[in-house]
Design a protein around this ligand. Sequence first.
Ligand code: HBI
Ligand code: FE
Length: 280
Amino acid sequence: MAAADKIPAQTDVAPYLTEQRWEGYRPEQHAIWRTLFHRQAALVQRRAVPAYLDGVAALSVSADSIPDFRIVNDMLGRRTGWSVTPVTGLVPDDVFFTLLASRRFPATCFIRREDQLDYLQEPDVFHDLFGHVPLLVNPVFADYMQAYGEGGLKALSLGGLGRLARLYWYNVEFGLIATEDGLRIYGAGILSSRSETIYALEDERPHRVGFDLMRIMRTRFRIDDLQQCYFVIDSFAQLFAATRPDFAPLYAALDRQPDVEPTATEKGDRLFAPVAPLSH
Ligand code: HBI
Ligand code: FE
């Protein structure tokens, strides 16, 4: 991604920023957070990458209440210089990338309703704070996310946005990582979903393919169901190193290669077996 020499005219992020107004949450809303937190914390304990669990502990994101961004930011700022920036909802791509490039993570403030505990297509505060923010405590991942924002701004001017969105999807949202204790989860879309946390690691159906940058950028994805394909990195350092070079020649090369369906495998794929079912 790198070399942010073609950043487009300054994007105005201000219209999309909002305030969290933590005092305005109702008790029922904190209760929804608590329910989500309790059931998910138990599941991810043995399934998430240790760096993620370290982040949860460091930020004192807990079951007690919806996190107060001011308190999270105090801690996060001291660790890696990132901050959680409250936004109105899904923001346009240029706004999203501009915020990431300046180490601000756009987070939604609303929490899902009681009848949406298991599934929600748009990001809410549980997805953003429980799923995404803990890994921003990790220095390598923190730098990767900033580089992704810079690469995104560049992709906008190179027609590479669709490719780069796939990279985000298959890593930041739905990534798996091979650790010495076996496969673990680091993608926020998985970590904030009860059914996908179990399915992504333990189900026989989805493919689990070893990280390959070009393979990822050729692979389509669906946003309305459990994934049919996951990609497995060896380390955050591997991810960061692989995405450091200039992507312009890669986008050009990809225009001459066919897309891959998420249900398909290819010659050369390094496939991982699911992990043995965990009791809880
Ligand atoms: N906005 N709030 C928010 N959260 C996202 O994850 C997000 C977004 N806007 C755009 C966007 N993601 C995508 O374009 C990226 O996946 C590339
Ligand atoms: Fe997300």
